[in-house]
Design a protein around this ligand. Structure first.
Ligand code: IMP
Ligand code: MG
Length: 209
């Protein structure tokens, strides 16, 4: 059936970013402070890929991305890793919290394949309090993999309350609320190619406010 009147026009977002916001070589002053540029992320992800390639050479590696925050990192990191690997997904959601604080953690492992005998790297966007990663480590243990390690792009060291640390991390960052490169505020801003800081002024401009 041929559908007529199919429109490809996208609705304009309420808050439009200017071109300057996408030029990560200079701070997007009109929008938000850039904490880590696109270039810095690319270089670090390349290094993390090399680390994984060395650590997991000759081993049955599965990279398990935590939805939704890890998707951008996952896509880049697997292409920076040169050893054979499998990709799988698990979902973490925290209900009952506000947009900036986590509520009760719910883990959906319905998409997780058989991991017995596999060396698993759980990949998330950020290690904040660490509660999400601890929940993930427990949930993945049930699948009886050969080994489990955790990897994140960002680690907010001052906020960590658990006694585990991420095995692999990209950057240690201060206690600020960050968005971009997969990280969201109210489910938005994941597409920004850099890590930006949401400051009071930015929160006022965020949609839904
Ligand atoms: P946790 O406190 O380590 O359990 O982190 C919980 C989740 O909160 C992370 O997986 C992120 O989705 C989210 N989160 C924590 N800090 C930030 C932030 O600065 N920006 C965006 N999301 C965050
Ligand atoms: Mg989130």
């Amino acid at each position: 059936m041929v559908r007529k009147n199919l429109s490809c026009r996208l609705e304009r977002p309420k808050q439009r970013l200017t071109n300057a916001d996408y030029d990560s070589s200079k701070p997007a002053a009109q929008f938000m402070k850039v904490l880590i540029t696109e270039h810095e992320i690319r270089d670090r992800v390349t290094e993390l890929g090399q680390t994984l390639s060395e650590t997991y050479a000759g081993r049955p590696l599965t990279i398990l991305g935590v939805l939704t925050g890890s998707i951008v990192l996952l896509a880049d990191l697997i292409r920076a890793t040169s050893v054979p690997l499998r990709v799988a997904l698990i979902q973490a959601a925290s209900y009952g919290g506000t947009r900036t604080t986590a509520g009760e953690l719910t883990i959906n492992s319905a998409l997780v394949p058989d991991l017995r005998g596999r060396d698993v790297v759980i990949l998330d966007d950020i290690f904040d309090t660490g509660n999400t990663m601890v929940g993930m480590l427990e949930a993945v243990q049930e699948f009886e993999p050969q080994s489990i390690r955790s990897a994140v792009l960002l680690w907010k060291t001052d906020r960590t309350v658990v006694d585990v640390e991420p095995d692999i991390y990209g950057f240690k960052i201060p206690d600020e609320f960050v968005v971009g490169y997969g990280l969201d505020y109210n489910d938005e801003y994941r597409h920004l190619p850099y890590i930006g800081v949401m400051e009071e002024e930015d929160l006022k401009h965020a949609s839904g406010n």
